[in-house]
Design a protein around this ligand. Structure first.
Ligand code: PMV
Length: 329
């Protein structure tokens, strides 16, 4: 039975240029390309075991059996792996995260990258990184970016085959830190799958999408040249653009809380005063404050002192998804 079992680990990632909106919902083909950094030390760890005679797929998340929407999403994903491999058995999936839920760290990216690798290995499929990224994309778009190492670009592509993520620089390339500034742990009222569907209803979305290739080029260059000032400018602009689209869609999505704005304002002020920091915000109120190592201690201390900040979690650039060989032996 061990031949049909494998375990994998994958990190969450933070997008510097955001993915918001699909042009094909089933294939999760994005309307624009995106760019991100994997977060080291944070992970989803998943074991998949295909079991002859098991009546239906099962899922446990941090040892809690799951039902409903999250189980259905995993089942639909396993169906893709069954189609690719010809295997017909149901699978038992056990997954754990080492980062707190609701901290504004995208758990679905880590979860589907780890699931894609563990499920294909368990089914005996040999996949290259591009194929694995494409498959992970079908579970959650941003999961495509948790497959390759370090700093990662997800190509918008023409179709299923051409839309996948690849590494533009390894994690050692630049020691950029993400100080995840937790403001609320409440479950977000509108998740990203529903959010992607609303994006096109904003009149600002077309402008955001049209300009995305230019922002990706600026961001890629800033990373390759380790130019923090250039990175800060494009990362904050891109985050503001996505939130402008969210706030102007029908119905509108407002993810920020008063403390979110307080952090944004403070980060901009600190940068003007010479501290290398900038912010980016996903679909929630928590703020990812990027900084250079020399600013970490000061940034962490100042962030923790702001009203409404509950916790600051620091992560450096990390590797992508990998199999846990020792557990697969
Ligand atoms: O992969 P999804 O469907 O959870 O979408 C991610 C959306 C954002 O986190 C807001 C942006 C991004 O590019 O990660």
């Amino acid at each position: 039975m061990s031949t049909y079992s494998a375990a994998a680990i994958a990190p969450p990632n933070i997008a510097f240029i955001k993915y918001w909106g699909n042009r094909d919902e089933v294939l999760r083909l994005p309307v624009n390309g995106s760019l991100s950094m994997n977060l080291d030390g944070l992970w989803a760890r998943t074991r998949v075991t295909f079991v002859p005679g098991l009546a239906a797929d099962t899922l446990t998340l941090n040892a809690q059996p799951q039902r409903g929407a999250s189980l259905e999403r995993v089942r639909a994903f396993l169906d893709l792996v069954r189609q690719m491999s010809g295997l017909r058995w149901a699978a038992a999936v056990q997954s754990e995260n080492n980062f707190p839920a609701g901290a504004g760290i995208a758990s679905s990216a880590a979860a589907f990258a780890a699931l894609a690798l563990a499920a294909t290995a368990a089914a005996g499929l040999e996949m290259d990184r591009a194929a694995l990224s494409r498959l992970a994309r079908r579970g959650s778009g941003s999961a495509a970016r948790s497959v390759p190492d370090g700093f990662v670009e997800w190509e918008v592509g023409q179709d299923d085959r051409t839309s996948y993520a690849f590494s533009i620089a390894p994690p050692e390339h630049w020691e950029l830190l993400d100080c995840v500034t937790v403001i609320s742990r409440a479950h977000k009222p509108v998740g990203s799958s529903a959010g992607h569907r609303l994006a096109a209803s904003s009149p600002l979305q077309a402008a955001r999408v049209d300009d995305a290739p230019q922002r990706i080029a600026r961001c890629r260059q800033a990373i390759l040249e380790r130019d923090f000032a250039a990175l800060a400018e494009v990362v904050e602009q891109d985050s503001n653009l996505m939130h402008a689209v969210m706030m102007t869609s029908s119905p509108p999505l407002f993810y920020w809380l008063p403390a979110t704005l307080r952090v944004m304002e403070a980060v901009r002020r600190w940068r003007r005063e010479g501290l290398p920091v900038c912010y980016t915000i996903d679909a929630g109120p928590n703020v990812h404050v990027l900084c250079l190592p020399e600013a970490q201690e000061e940034a962490q201390r100042r962030l923790a002192a702001l009203e409404g900040v509950q916790q600051v979690i620091v992560a450096r650039p990390g590797h992508g998804a990998r199999l846990l060989e020792e557990e697969n032996a």
